[in-house]
Design a protein around this ligand. Structure first.
Ligand code: MN
Length: 180
């Protein structure tokens, strides 16, 4: 976990420097408070998944650019990157972003009766959702699409989108994100 927060802090500092942005300007760009950004950079706080998504989206970079590089060929169970846990949603990066494939692949668990919306990603970003356990709904623009186990949905993620689980059991899905 310490290693992960070091990597997040270093990546944020590097991005901010590259764009020549103050903490204030970064806060405006990402929608994350200046105090929180400062804590993350100093390694005093490790961001929640939704905060990290806001930062990645604000800087137009992949989510996993903040994570430690994993084995490129095989990700073994138990050796996955441990994200800060979240009661509603657990994100397990299986293949962090790679330039050669322009993809990042996650397993995401969403608790019963939980809902998350995501900010639009850059133009050209496509998400592929495949449900592997339970059932859930995916929001694309203004419509929710119901998916059961083994069903998939591919959509333009440069629009407002989200995930919700109205059922009484946990749902698990793959999220394959393709960047242009
Ligand atoms: Mn998304």
């Amino acid at each position: 976990m310490k290693q992960l927060s070091n990597k997040i802090s270093a990546t944020l500092k590097k991005l901010r420097k590259k764009h020549g942005l103050s903490l204030d300007a970064t806060s405006q760009k990402t929608g994350v408070s200046k105090a929180m950004l400062g804590q993350i950079e100093r390694g005093e706080s490790s961001p929640t998944i939704s905060t990290l998504w806001k930062i990645a989206t604000g800087f137009k970079v992949s989510f996993s650019s903040f994570l430690i590089e994993s084995n490129r060929e095989k990700t073994q169970k138990g050796k996955q990157i441990q994200m800060k846990s979240d009661k509603e949603m657990k994100v397990i990066p299986i293949f962090p972003f790679e330039a050669e494939t322009s993809m990042e692949i996650f397993i995401i668990e969403i608790a019963s009766k939980c809902s998350r919306t995501s900010l639009p990603h850059n133009t050209g970003v496509i998400e592929h959702i495949i449900v592997i356990k339970g059932e859930m709904e995916v929001l694309v623009g203004k419509s929710w699409h119901k998916l059961i186990k083994n069903e998939g949905l591919r959509f333009d993620a440069s629009r407002v989108h989200g995930y919700r689980n109205l059922s009484s059991k946990k749902a698990i899905f793959h999220n394959i994100i393709h960047y242009l």
